[in-house]
Design a protein around this ligand. Structure first.
Ligand SMILES: [Zn+2]
Ligand SMILES: [Zn+2]
Length: 553
């Protein structure tokens, strides 16, 4: 009997971000990616969201390693947290590991892992797993699809990919190798990126941006050009640099991650810039505007990033004015639209001209659209198909593409975070669940928990009402209060009558409880909360947090 293989999805199925899954074979576990997710606006005070690592912690000694498909935060950004509890090697391309490394290093956890660089097309054993790293094109260099040659046949994870026939570095998604696997041993199971499954047609090539950039640079010959893009999008940065250098401009990078990544990419030889074309950001202001191009972080409107500081007039390095053109060579990730808008408004107020993807084609997605996914499916021809990486709607859209391309409907499984599947001689079936909720990270505190978040939401949206009463338990009398202190509920000076009324009501409730013989503080506090809560809700139709404080003399 051949061994069965299990798959557990810890994140990325039902949201964009925190991609993380686990393969299980011969009692060993192999992670594919370990990413983070950026919080929604209603996750008050949360810095980032991770997969629930409970199950991995409980099975720590069985983990043989993590293969990283590429260096985006939503695929490797969780590693420096998981490495606090577990120790395992990480396998990926030099660029992927270069991007992942600095975070792990900052967390002081390099000693808990070994970063193993793998080459394009390399195949190696990781514990019992026979893993092949297949080149794919994406919005970060040197991304991989992962093929696992398992006892149950070839399992292919697409990674994040697009089918770009003219990528900046010429490194295309290796359809020839995938085709060889499909027509050789056959591909038993495909897990495929669903991010753009709802978008019809074919994504534009990354190199299509070049023409747009060149004409923008020519149009604005006399102005200073400030660009912003993802700091990991080395190919976009390359194209901006090429356009700038060809027009005789010097290039300065701005923002910590941009400077770090540009340095790393140059060292690895994936970014080519003549030394003479680079200047320090400190010297950018001393050159005429027509001779400078700035490449900055902050394309997502992150409040503390370089571009946001410029838009607020707080940048230490640059003063934005009507002599500037700002090119946002990016798309706002869902959830970031409001921040990006604010940055654009700020820049326009300072007099700058702003070019963004809503105005000109200055951005190309890194994810395959429907026609590319169809092409991919027609080459892979998997027995089983599990859409991964996307909100539920994206997974469903991708499942439809699978059916359209001939995968039998019963063999297409739309899964969610926490689902565990088993691939056996019988086929692919759901066999259980593992914990896969959100792990909220707040600063260095770590897990904040659902309860804290619920409290924060109530505090933010409804405010708080604190009711203080002092009682003499012996005599069963209210000694002082009730006193009501509120924040964020009603504007207090205008609500004095309301507060007086509430006090009377609470006092009556406490006196009644005391005369009924209640002497236990906790029960009295419950009574106070109930009385105050009912009144507040009935009179103001609000549900602020009610904090009862009953004290004994
Ligand atoms: Zn990606
Ligand atoms: Zn991704």
């Amino acid at each position: 009997m051949t061994s069965d293989v299990r798959l557990a999805f810890l994140g990325g199925l039902g949201e964009i971000g925190r991609n993380c899954m686990v393969l299980e074979q011969d009692d060993k576990l192999l992670l594919i990616d370990c990413g983070l997710m950026f919080p929604d606006a209603d996750m008050h005070g949360i810095d980032l969201v991770l997969p629930d690592f409970t199950w991995l912690r409980e099975n720590a000694e069985r983990v043989v390693g993590c293969v990283a498909t590429h260096g985006h935060e939503d695929h490797v950004g969780g590693l420096q947290y998981l490495l606090r509890d577990l120790s395992f090697p990480i396998f990926g391309s030099a660029v992927t590991l270069g991007l992942a490394r600095s975070r792990i290093e900052e967390a002081g956890l390099l000693g808990r892992t070994e970063l193993v660089v793998v080459a394009d097309g390399e195949r190696r054993m990781i514990g019992p797993f026979d893993v092949e790293f297949i080149p794919v094109t994406h919005s970060v260099p040197s991304a991989f699809a992962i093929a696992v040659h398992s006892p149950q046949g070839v399992i292919l994870h697409s990674g994040d990919f697009k089918l770009d026939l003219t990528p900046v570095d010429g490194r295309r998604t290796d359809l020839a190798r995938i085709g060889a696997l499909a027509s050789g041993p056959g591909i038993r199971l495909l897990m495929c990126d669903s991010t753009n499954a709802e978008e019809s047609g074919h994504s534009p090539s990354e190199t299509s941006i070049m023409g747009v950039l060149r004409s923008l640079f020519r149009e604005h010959r006399d102005q200073r050009i400030i660009t912003a893009s993802f700091a990991s999008h080395i190919h976009r940065i390359q194209q901006i640099i090429d356009a700038a250098v060809d027009e005789g401009r010097k290039v300065a990078t701005l923002g910590r991650s941009m400077q770090k990544n540009v340095r790393m990419a140059r060292e690895l030889g994936v970014l080519r810039v003549p030394e003479s074309s680079l200047i320090d950001i400190e010297d950018a202001d001393s050159l005429p505007p027509s001779e400078v191009c700035i490449i900055s972080t902050g394309s997502q409107g992150e409040p503390m990033a370089a571009l946001s500081l410029m838009a607020r007039g707080d940048s230490k390095w640059l003063k934005v004015s009507e002599r500037d053109v700002v090119i946002l060579s990016s798309n706002a990730i869902p959830g970031n639209e409001a921040n990006v808008s604010r940055v654009i408004d700020g820049l326009l107020r300072l007099g700058a001209e702003v070019v963004h993807s809503g105005i000109a084609d200055v951005h190309a997605t890194g994810h395959a659209q429907a026609d590319e996914i169809k092409t991919y499916l027609s080459i892979v021809r998997p027995d089983y198909f599990v859409p991964v990486h996307g909100e539920y709607r994206h997974l469903v859209a991708n499942a439809k593409l699978g059916a359209l391309m001939g995968v039998p409907s019963p063999n297409i499984l739309v899964c969610e975070d926490g689902d565990v599947l088993e691939l056996s001689d019988r086929g692919l079936e759901p066999v259980g669940r593992v914990p896969a909720g959100y792990l909220y990270v707040d600063g260095i505190v770590g897990d904040v928990g659902q309860g804290v978040l619920r409290d924060r939401r109530v505090l933010a949206e409804e405010g708080v009402v604190v009711v203080v009463v002092t009682v003499d338990v012996g005599s069963g009398k209210v000694i002082t209060g009730p006193e009501i202190i509120t924040r964020g509920w009603v504007y207090a000076p205008e609500a004095e009558d309301l507060l007086d009324e509430a006090c009377d009501l609470v006092e009556a409730a406490v006196e009644k409880a005391l005369s009924d013989g209640v002497r236990d503080i906790e029960t009295l506090e419950k009574d106070v909360r109930r009385a105050a809560g009912k009144f507040v809700n009935e009179r103001t139709k609000r549900r602020p947090m009610i904090v009862p404080v009953v004290m004994e003399t």
